[in-house]
Design a binder for this molecule. Structure first.
Ligand code: ADP
Length: 290
């Protein structure tokens, strides 16, 4: 099974003609709330990908924003281990422009309360999936505990930042986008060199509409993107991560898992909302069969 330890946020999304400049007020149009947070998005994607039992360690507040987050995870079939943090549920304020630019402010709230000792039992867990929206010392302690228990550690190193070697040393698979790869390595414009610079057995870099590129041991793999009409790319990376880990947990070869993750993340771009846009297993099968 897969255990995700990570963040959950309620996304407050307003669509507007453009993203406001500092000091500017923009009159937006429709407003909606969506369950989000990288950890929760990836848990939903992993569960919906089918085949892998998925559980999540998540911290929520005692407020009205917790309920929709909990419901979305449970509806997708994720088993929850909830820490009640005594802090507000995490929220994100998202302005989404007509040219698909966004500006996002996150108040992590309860997510900041996740501690090393909150990690549940790893019995039966094959893969631990982590991101960087929870405190770094906790992420590192969880990775260390998983490694010690022979659980594969997958880190989506997002949002972009530099990381201590001590954390990377416990990772079996790293998933990053181009900006995150540059932040981690300091190498810009040479993806192969940047992939080689990371001392992790397997690294995947996602390249948006250009697909993804991976290095496993000394070998490079390329997976082109599936062609779709993109409406909202929020959560594409999260769908990619959750789907990839679900496939690996089921025992799929790495190249086949990459292809499946690409198909699911392409479909996620055709729907609004990070979790609501995650396709089902059947939808992914249909695109893979085309
Ligand atoms: P992030 O959202 O983390 O920045 P990317 O933009 O690289 O991540 O997208 C992750 C994956 O989602 C890509 O590797 C690709 O498979 C898929 N994807 C993203 N944008 C598109 C697109 N416009 N068309 C098809 N697939 C896409």
């Amino acid at each position: 099974s897969v255990l995700v330890a990570g963040s959950a946020n309620l996304d407050f999304v307003v669509r507007a003609a453009h993203v406001p400049e500092p000091g500017e007020t923009v009159l937006g149009r429709d407003f909606d709330t969506f369950p989000g947070g990288k950890g929760a998005n990836q848990a939903v994607a992993c569960a919906r990908a089918g085949g892998a039992a998925t559980s999540m360690l998540v911290a929520l507040g005692d407020d009205a924003f917790a309920a929709p987050l909990e419901a979305s995870l449970r509806d997708a079939g994720v088993t929850l281990d909830i820490v009640r943090a005594g802090q507000p549920t995490g929220v994100a304020f998202v302005c989404l422009s007509d040219s698909a630019e966004n500006a996002i402010t996150v108040a992590p709230g309860a997510n900041g309360a996740l501690r090393p000792e909150h990690l549940p039992s790893l019995t039966g867990v094959t893969h631990l999936l982590l991101q960087l929206e929870t405190p770094l010392p906790s992420v590192e302690a969880w990775a260390r505990a998983a490694r010690a228990a022979d659980v594969a550690v997958v880190l989506n190193a997002a949002p972009a930042q530099t990381l201590p070697k001590s954390l990377l040393a416990h990772c079996d698979l790293l998933i990053v986008n181009e900006g995150e790869l540059t932040a981690l390595t300091g190498i810009e414009g040479d993806i192969a060199a940047a992939l080689d610079a990371l001392d992790v057995p397997r690294v995947v870099v996602t390249l948006g509409a250009r697909g993804c590129c991976a290095r496993m041991d000394g070998q490079q793999l390329l997976q082109p993107a599936f062609t779709i009409a993109a409406l909202d790319t929020t959560g594409a990376g999260d769908t990619f991560c959750g789907t990839l880990v679900a496939a690996l947990s089921r025992g799929l070869p790495f190249a086949a898992a990459l292809r499946r993750a690409s198909a699911a993340s392409a479909l996620a771009c055709t729907q609004l909302g990070a979790q609501t846009g995650v396709p089902t297993y059947d939808e992914v099968e249909r695109l893979l069969a085309e």
